[in-house]
Write a protein that binds this ligand. Structure first.
Ligand SMILES: Nc1ncnc2c1ncn2[C@@H]1O[C@H](COP(=O)(O)OP(=O)(O)OP(=O)(O)O)[C@@H](O)[C@H]1O
Length: 447
């Protein structure tokens, strides 16, 4: 057996950005924008902020055009977040973990009028550290995260959970936001079909070093077999015996309290058909709702917070409301160049049972099909959003203002057509994937 391949690291440190919202139109050059681009086309992360309209005084009309919003702007309808306020106990976590930084900290400061600020590195497993106590609120800038992960082995039995975590800061003369991405991998066990076909388990997990090794069988020119090893390091690797509860504790639980304080977090699962995306994602929103309601009823009691649920899918380039009889939704751009999902129903919820019913109803309505790798394959991108809103000054006559949001995105399989059978053209061409970058990128857009 020959060893080969290399070690690649996918970690939060590489995926942290401080990006000025007023960066120029040339910001797609990642080096200039503080973005990260890995070699060999393996991972490619870009962040594109868009300056809010009122801050664009100096832009020419041409430049303004280039600041147009993303294709999938899931949050466009709530870009005006509620003004900042202090939630008691919000930063306890940061203090507990010895967080000493902040905007006064030279290592974390943003120099006014500089195009790119210094990157901040936050220790792993403590999302709250990302938010200095004295950070002020800002209009939300637009952000895109683009991740390409080229699976070199078609039988790669893993899925990737990527948790992106955002927060805006408003600084004198300078608007910026931090993005924390956390990439985790969960391996699923061999299924009955694979066992009966005596397929080999090609992945070894090393939990202590957060790494996994893929053993790829290859052929030499003389047709003798050899195995090439590829080692990857992530923020966390979850072995096949890890339960869904543990996945929740590792990925989502740490960010739940942050959405009470002007934060948007998104957790999405990326992987090919049958890799376990839906199995992994399905329990997460309900567990998160339980924690959110617990916080609303205890820690943040009587502070006017409300929880709203919405659930829709993108299938064949069209949007459907999964909580409203699959009614067709439209994505439109308004006068402020914000993309809105017109007609999406949001339900106010205050107990776990109602949320459970809504999630089950939406999941049952989702488009499914059969692929060679999964008999019950989700053929769409499903987006479930838990939005926290709050009445301003307890005023009941005005609609509640968004405070934060937790989104769960169960993507359609990322497989190439050649990797599975029984795949028709429509299911192979998820809206987001085909529109933006070739050949199999995953594009997530937020604002
Ligand atoms: N960690 C796991 N432990 C046990 N069974 C799993 C695990 N992950 C996935 N499975 C099983 O594998 C099958 C496929 O999983 P799932 O439907 O979640 O895949 P998927 O990635 O969502 O596929 P698709 O993209 O086709 O929808 C299911 O029967 C599921 O129960």
């Amino acid at each position: 057996m020959n060893g080969g391949g290399g070690r690649r690291r996918y970690s939060s440190e590489q995926l942290l950005f401080d990006v000025p919202a007023n960066a120029g139109a040339d910001r797609w050059a990642p080096q200039q924008r503080g973005g990260v681009r890995r070699g060999d086309g393996e991972i490619f992360v870009l962040v594109e902020p868009t300056t809010p309209a009122r801050l664009r005084g100096g832009d020419s009309p041409g430049q303004r055009q280039q600041l147009s919003p993303g294709l999938l702007d899931l949050h466009a309808f709530d870009t005006e977040l509620i003004p900042d306020f202090q939630v008691p106990g919000m930063y306890d976590g940061a203090q507990k973990f010895g967080y000493g930084g902040g905007l006064d900290d030279p290592d974390m400061s943003f120099a006014a009028n500089k195009q790119i600020s210094k990157s901040t590195i936050f220790p792993q497993n403590n999302y709250l550290m990302a938010f200095p106590e004295n950070a002020k609120a800002a209009p939300v800038a637009k952000i895109k995260v683009v991740v390409c992960f080229y699976s070199f082995a078609p039988q790669l039995l893993i899925n990737i959970l990527l948790l992106a975590y955002l927060k805006c800061h408003n600084l004198p003369n300078f608007n910026s936001f931090d993005v924390t991405c956390r990439m985790q991998v969960r391996k699923r066990p061999l299924n009955k079909k694979e066992i009966s076909k005596k397929e080999e388990d090609i992945i070894d997990i090393e939990q202590r070093s957060n790494s996994l090794t893929v053993h790829e069988t290859k052929l030499k020119v003389d047709l003798t077999e050899y195995v090439e090893k590829h080692e990857f390091v992530f923020d966390a690797v979850l072995d096949e015996d890890v339960s869904n509860d543990e996945v929740y504790r590792e990925t989502v639980e740490p960010v739940v309290s942050a959405i009470f304080n002007r934060t948007k977090a998104t957790c999405f699962a990326y992987g090919q058909t049958g890799s376990g995306k839906t199995y992994t994602m399905r329990p997460l929103p309900l567990k998160a709702s339980q924690d959110i309601l617990r916080l609303m009823h205890h820690t943040y009691r009587n502070q006017g917070f409300q929880l709203f649920v919405s659930f829709f899918e993108i299938y064949g380039g069209k949007l459907f409301d999964l909580l409203n009889d699959r009614s067709k939704l439209c994505m439109r751009e308004d006068g402020k160049q914000k993309v809105c999902i017109v007609g999406l129903q949001e339900y106010r919820v205050s107990d776990v049972e109602t949320i459970k019913e809504l999630i089950e109803k939406g999941s049952a309505t989702r488009s499914t099909g059969t692929t060679g790798a999964n008999e019950e394959s989700s053929r769409s991108h499903a987006i479930l959003q838990l939005a926290i809103k709050r009445r301003v000054d307890g005023n009941d006559s005005k609609p509640p203002r968004p405070v934060g949001k937790l989104s769960f995105i169960d993507l359609a399989g990322s497989e190439r057509g050649a990797d599975t059978t029984d795949n028709d053209k429509q299911t192979r061409s998820p809206f987001i994937l085909t529109y933006f970058l070739p050949p199999t990128p995953l594009v997530w857009s937020n604002s």
